[in-house]
Design a protein around this ligand. Structure first.
Ligand code: S3P
Length: 426
């Protein structure tokens, strides 16, 4: 699907965004292995998280869906799936499910679409093997399909220096099935949705600065209801659009403000957008309303230790930087190369297609902002966040942007283009 977007002076949005993708994946998985039913409110209904629903059903959960309310009735015991579990485009699902299934005593095959079957999995397979998991995959466990064999897990000390919430979460989920204690050490700060939700499900663990100790053999007990806040990664594209438009303003209410995710708000402010945050009552995840008004944007330097808190927002930040005055440099973001696409290369292609000045670095990029961007045709390459970054860039391109493969946005944010076009006007 192609979407032709003309340049616009105004962008005005006020409203909410769909539920958080990371939190929704976790809620479905935890509800599937808990004792008791769980009612999940505000769930994200998108291709990625609907894949998780299908996986949970294949594992025996009885699930009813009514809009964004999802009721999960778990099986007595997670059952051996009759066929391969298709994680489609969702890396979070594949990695978390690998940890979830490693010690369940069943045989399971996890696979996904072309993009997901090209993404690195040894980062979870290797540390899980240290607990005793038996997982095979193509290229010595680097690529899906992954084949999980029944195994007995034993807790131990494992160093996890890669700043990845997916890897950390996979190990935590597996550790719950291990005999004895698992200690995850050398952890870098990343989103802690798994830890927060596990507490809600009655799981005990100990957290120090950079280590997490998880006693094995723990059952999850459903709290009955789980609330999913709006996704800050969705909101990011609307907030960035408001920052980009000459007369831009956006207020997004009810978005999750997990400290591991709010880097984009600091960057918007540093680049010169006017930003206000009004905290709201958040049950387990902090939440709030964010208001952004456009301002004269200037380039910024983003350092490696800031990257995990804005990893999924770097495409939106690149769009801002292409129109900002001066230079923006992002380092320590080599992880972008193994997302749904090689996002550093995909962003360069996006920038070049509209006449921007973008230099690829091995672990990031350097952008020289331009006052004038011509615009052109941008291919999303099937990557939802590239499709949305190209859309917001159209606001400032003289001839607008034609987004090829715009339907990729439905991986995480169905309806994005309609919301975007309704908010953008002359
Ligand atoms: C996620 C963690 C991040 C992020 C992804 C969602 C999660 O990935 O990019 O979109 O839900 O845990 P990594 O763990 O690979 O950094």
């Amino acid at each position: 699907m192609r979407r032709v977007l003309a340049p616009r002076r105004r962008f005005v949005f006020e409203g909410r965004v769909p539920g958080d993708k990371s939190v929704t994946h976790r809620a479905y998985l935890m509800a599937t292995r808990a004792k008791g039913e769980t009612r999940i409110r505000g769930a994200l209904r998108a291709r990625d998280t609907d894949a998780t629903l299908a996986v949970c059903r294949a594992l025996g959960a009885d699930i009813t869906v009514d809009g964004d309310i999802v009721q999960v009735r778990p099986p007595e015991r997670v059952s051996e799936p009759a066929g391969p579990l298709d994680c489609e485009n969702a890396g979070t699902l594949l990695r978390l499910a690998t940890g979830f299934l490693a010690g369940r005593g069943i045989f399971a095959v996890l696979t996904g679409d072309d993009s997901l079957r090209g993404r690195p999995m040894r980062r979870v397979v290797e540390p899980l093997a240290l607990l005793g998991a038996r997982i095979e995959g193509r290229r010595q466990g680097e690529l899906a399909p992954l084949c999980i064999l029944p195994a007995h897990l034993s807790g131990r000390r494992i160093s996890l220096p890669l700043p990845s919430a997916q890897v950390k979460s996979a190990l935590i989920l597996a550790a719950l099935d291990a005999e004895g204690e698992t200690v995850l050490t050398d952890l870098k700060p990343t989103r802690d949705h798994t830890e927060r939700m596990l507490r809600q499900f009655g799981v005990r663990f100990e957290l120090t600065d950079d280590a997490l100790t998880i006693p094995g053999g723990q059952e999850l007990v459903s709290p009955g209801a789980v609330e999913v806040p709006g996704d800050i990664s969705h909101a990011a594209f609307l907030l960035a659009a408001a920052a980009l438009a000459p007369q831009g303003e956006a207020t997004v209410a009810g978005i999750g403000l997990n400290p591991g995710r709010t880097g984009i708000l600091r960057v918007l402010e540093r680049m010169g957008a006017h930003i206000e945050i009004a905290p709201e009552h958040g049950a387990v995840e902090p939440a709030g309303a964010v208001h952004v008004r456009s301002g004269a944007l200037t380039g910024v330097d983003i350092a490696a230790d800031e990257v995990p808190s804005m990893i999924d927002e770097l495409p939106a930040i690149a769009a801002l930087a292409l129109c900002a005055e001066g230079v923006t440099t992002v380092r320590g973001a080599a992880e972008l190369r193994v997302k749904e696409t090689d996002r550093i290369a995909a962003l360069r292609q996006m920038a070049e297609s509209v006449g921007g000045d973008f230099e690829e670095l091995p672990d990031g990029f350097r952008i020289h902002g331009k006052e004038r961007l011509e615009g052109g045709i941008v291919d999303s390459q099937g990557d939802h966040r590239i499709a949305m970054a190209a859309a917001i860039l159209s606001l400032r391109c003289e001839q607008g942007v034609e987004v090829v493969g715009a339907d990729a946005a439905a991986v995480s944010f169905p309806g994005f283009f309609d919301l975007f076009e309704a908010a953008a006007s002359r």
